[in-house]
Design a protein around this ligand. Structure first.
Ligand code: PHE
Length: 452
């Protein structure tokens, strides 16, 4: 089948999509956020529900987003406009890609600040500052960073500079080469760190915490956190995968590619859990420590390793690059749109958008620097943006997008896009999306809002 053209280019090999989408999915969400959300939500119960959510919600919605992107091979905004016109749908559907783009944009404002922490820790690792850290010195190292707005601003600015430079490139260059090496390297390093951590830490208690199922731990908050994190971790609901779908080769089965992305995403998150928790229990760190979990417990283990500075530097370098490949996907939607619609150069578009993200990010890092100053609804800037995007924007966009795909668009058009010779589970996917994913997302999101 000849490939129809896409203004931004098409990835030469079907596998590049998997690496790029995997690069977007695997990020701080897996290594930094997953362990602490799991810790706050009771371990095994969260993991079980999370796996279910990946299968019943994350995967079907991911497939929907990617197929939507590949149908028209344009940026998400023009794609929805085009599809609405062709299928006589209401033109207001275009609000969905707009909201998606705005969600990605807002997430990047705090994602960049946290990525900046990773860069700061990369510097500390190279300087050998992890050696001999114990629980209290590791904690105070993290607190010192959080109370230094100047240092956070420096790293946040450097990170956004890198994001702008990378997104500014064409999608067929830079990114694809980077992720091909990066993702396997990240998995190998994590495997190594997890083995070490299980050897020196309390592996039995960690495994028990991660995999023990108990009905008592299963609360509504756990389910809510699991759905939210499944969407966040797979990068769905913010147009990143929608935009990447447009560059995917028609030779690749969307269902198979998405299933691989989900598998890799879960694997990396589990490995991160196996790095963190054996230490958390061995050093008696509070499992409910929240965002500081990775930045406090990991340096302790790295400091104890014989090749600590080296392994630490590699680990944080990979974390920064993993964050970078996620961050660039958050800007792709608007950059592609500005480039295709207004012929603005990619670098110029990335600079404008990235500059705005950088500016809002300053407010976020100030809220960390003065952690106790609660601003609105008892939440500081970071908590507010995090909750607003992951608990409200993300599910709303994911629901609207799924309704568009499952109910509004003609079935045979999707069928043509999705069915390849290799995999043919169209009916199955369509029904799960319609009758499981959408109702589950609506129910849980609304119940979460009214505080059930
Ligand atoms: N999935 C990424 C992670 O786990 C975060 C992300 C969100 C990436 C939104 C792109 C878009 O870190």
């Amino acid at each position: 089948m000849p490939e129809n053209r896409c203004l931004q280019g098409i990835w030469s090999s079907p596998w590049i999509f998997i690496f790029a989408a995997g690069g977007s999915a695997v990020g701080l969400g897996n290594i930094w956020k997953f362990p602490y959300v799991l810790g706050e939500n009771g371990g095994g119960a969260f993991l079980m529900v999370y796996c279910l959510c990946l299968l019943a919600v994350g995967l079907p919605v991911l497939i929907a987003e990617v197929s939507l992107g590949r149908t028209v091979r344009s940026n998400p905004i023009d794609t929805v406009n085009d599809l609405s016109e062709r299928n006589l749908l209401h033109s207001r559907w275009v609000i969905v890609p707009w909201l998606a783009g705005i969600t990605g944009f807002l997430i990047l404002t705090f994602y960049s600040v946290i990525s900046g922490w990773s860069m700061a820790y990369l510097e500390r690792a190279v300087a050998g500052q992890f050696a001999g850290l114990d629980q209290s010195s590791a904690q105070s190292m993290f607190d010192t960073l959080l109370s230094s707005p100047g240092e956070m601003l420096f790293w946040h600015s450097l990170f956004m500079f890198l994001v702008i430079l990378t997104v500014g490139q064409s999608v067929t260059r830079g990114l694809s080469t980077l992720v091909r090496i990066l993702l396997p390297a990240l998995i190998i390093i994590l495997l190594f760190l997890a083995s070490y951590s299980m050897l020196v830490g309390n592996a039995a208690e960690a495994i028990d915490f991660l995999f023990r199922w108990s009905w008592q731990d299963l609360t509504f908050d756990v389910v809510l956190a699991a759905v939210g994190h499944a969407l966040f971790s797979l990068s769905v609901g913010m147009g990143a995968m929608f935009a990447y779908g447009a560059y995917m080769s028609k030779r690749m089965s969307i269902a198979r590619a998405c299933a691989i992305v989900v598998g890799v995403d879960l694997l990396v998150a589990l490995l991160a859990g196996l790095v963190i928790f054996p230490l958390v229990f061995a050093f008696q760190i509070d499992v409910e420590a929240g965002p500081s979990l990775t930045f406090v417990s990991l340096p302790i283990i790295l400091g104890a390793l014989p090749a600590g500075p080296f392994v630490g530097a590699i680990f944080f370098l990979l974390l920064v690059i993993a964050a970078l490949t996620s961050a660039i996907s958050m800007l792709e939607l608007f950059v592609a749109w500005m480039h295709e619609k207004y012929y603005i150069g990619r670098l110029q578009a990335a600079t404008m958008l990235g500059g705005a993200v950088w500016f809002i990010g300053i407010a976020v890092l100030m809220s960390f620097a003065d952690w106790d100053s609660k601003l609105i609804f008892g939440l500081n800037g970071f908590e507010l943006l995090d909750k607003f995007t992951t608990l409200i924007m993300l599910p709303v966009v994911a629901i609207l997008l799924s309704v568009l795909v499952a109910w509004a668009l003609p079935r045979d058009m999707l069928q043509k896009e999705l069915i390849t010779q290799q995999v043919n589970h169209f009916q199955w996917w369509h029904n799960v999306l319609k009758y499981i994913s959408i109702p589950v997302m609506v129910l849980i999101t609304v119940a979460g809002w009214i505080g059930v």
